[in-house]
Design a protein around this ligand. Structure first.
Ligand code: GCU
Length: 484
């Protein structure tokens, strides 16, 4: 087997970890719980391959373009890392021009006309539509623990969101999350929700890797992101997305998507896993609106890699989220679809990833290309306006080239006019900044760190940016015992 190029190695270990976790999660994901009632159609079980083939047939697509090869520099389709070839389609759709060609010049036109047009395009072709009615979620606090994180006393609540499955009892969905807030807080605090990996799966994974003699990646030096958040007097929450929706196409007839479809396979414009995960985050925010420990008007969302995509989708679609930290989200996240750098649209359309998206997304890796999309990712960022968004990526040298830091920056820059129309500030430049130089003065922020495929190095910069927007009451902030 050809050796991967050195710069892809760190990304690979993270990928192997996420992919194995996805498998584990799927194996333990939502399952049929109650015996089949006679009147109910049974859950359809397809493999990921079969589900992918079925969707291609529905779309009358016979073949898809191959994605980029991220591992073998000698492969003919090795990923492009040459800037002179990175912009085959330099013209982006204008976020401030209506489909009928008229220019959008007022905030009212943005909210009433243009934003709904953009949302419709993302719904139909990119991420899929959430059903008009989704089941209620009944949140239960299953355990409350007084503990210390670093040297800060905290209260951690384990939460389970029981999704009402009375419409189709063959599928059970229990959303798993946790909430940690400073114990000495005198009132509700800002909270950052992370799309995270189940600690139990992580422990299992670690044990398995170590049993095989594979070293588990060491933690990033310095305070953890949770410690940094607590030092501001804020709290944090971790939501386990795979308890909402499995991270593979075989799981699309179960989880929340399967429950809403009564165990049947998706139609081309139905929601994919990213919107399902985002839906889960919105339901957690519903719970926070009822928990006096949380200031629900100051809740942020974050995620890395595929969960970076999910965090951006969450922020774009649910306007109650106050701020977002989008880490290494790549294609399907913040990086422009029209760029050719690292991962391509065709990678996301492949069997192992297309479940993140609407089935219709496959069209753009088949007969059509990214230039045929009526939207691009700058418009997803624009859907977050006027709320603050921090975009992050690591370095090519350390293995994060795949996610296209520059394409992420370009999307951020191109969302600027919408922020400005709404009285806010964009990135303030269209010139790609040198690595590690933060652009955090506006309401869209960007920093490329010099690490690999990880969110860790940019946490301090995100927190500096977020401190302009999130405020613990003085009493809560006083609960901290150290600064990062
Ligand atoms: C792959 C995939 C990316 C994704 C990443 C992840 O690299 O191509 O789109 O973000 O996996 O680990 O989530």
């Amino acid at each position: 087997m050809p050796r991967p190029a050195p710069h892809v190695l760190p990304r690979l270990s993270c990928l192997v970890l996420l992919t194995s976790l996805a498998g584990l999660a799927a194996a333990q994901g939502p399952q049929s719980a109650k015996p089949a009632a006679k009147s109910l159609p049974p859950v359809v079980h397809l493999t990921s391959e079969q589900a992918h083939q079925r969707m291609m047939r529905l779309l009358h697509i016979t073949s898809l373009r191959p994605g980029a090869n991220g591992m073998d520099p000698k492969a003919p389709n090795y990923a492009n890392y040459d800037e002179s070839k990175a912009n085959p389609y330099p013209r982006l759709p204008d976020p401030l021009r209506l489909n009928d060609g008229k220019e959008v010049t007022t905030a009212k036109e943005w909210w009433d006309k243009r934003r709904p047009e953009i949302e419709e395009d993302f719904d139909r072709d990119i991420y899929g539509r959430v059903p008009r009615e989704t089941p209620r979620v009944n949140w239960e606090v299953t355990k409350t623990t007084d503990e210390k994180v670093g040297d800060v006393p905290v209260i951690t609540k384990e939460l389970v969101g029981h999704v009402d499955n009375s419409s189709y009892p063959l599928i059970t969905v229990n959303i798993k999350a946790s909430l940690t807030t400073p114990a000495k807080a005198k009132g509700p605090v800002p909270v950052i929700i992370e799309f995270g990996i189940d600690p139990a799966f992580l422990a299992q994974m670690r044990a398995r890797m170590e049993a095989r003699g594979v070293k588990f990646p060491p933690p990033f030096p310095g305070p953890t992101w949770q410690e940094q958040v607590l030092a501001k007097g804020w709290g944090y929450a971790v939501l386990i997305p795979t308890t909402v929706q499995a991270d593979n196409a075989a799981g699309l007839t179960e989880g929340i998507i399967g429950l809403c479809n009564k165990g049947q396979p998706r139609q081309p414009a139905d929601w994919g896993a990213l919107r399902a995960w985002a839906w889960g985050a919105s339901r957690l925010l519903d719970y926070f609106e009822t928990d006096p420990a949380v200031d629900a008007k100051q809740v942020g969302i974050t995620g890395h890699s595929r969960y970076g995509k999910a965090a951006l989708v969450t922020m774009a679609y649910d306007q109650r989220f106050a701020i977002a930290y989008i880490s290494s989200s790549g294609k399907g996240g913040a990086a422009l679809y029209r760029r050719n750098w690292g991962e391509k649209v065709a990678n996301v359309a492949a069997t192992s990833e297309y479940h993140w998206m609407a089935g219709n997304f496959l069209k753009y890796a088949g007969p059509l290309t990214a230039k045929d999309m009526s939207v691009d990712t700058h418009e997803l960022i624009a859907m977050c306006a006027p709320r603050p968004v921090f975009l992050s990526a690591g370095s090519l040298e350390k293995g994060d080239g795949w996610v296209d830091a520059k394409g992420t920056f370009m999307a951020g820059a191109a969302a600027g006019p919408v922020y400005e129309l709404l009285g806010k500030k964009g990135l303030g430049t269209t010139v790609f900044p040198p690595i590690e130089i933060p652009l955090i003065r506006g309401d869209i922020a960007f920093r490329q760190h010099s690490g690999g495929h990880t969110p860790a190095p940019n946490w301090p910069t995100f927190i500096e940016f977020a401190s302009r927007y999130l405020h613990a009451s003085p009493a809560s902030a006083g609960a901290q015992t150290h600064a990062p």
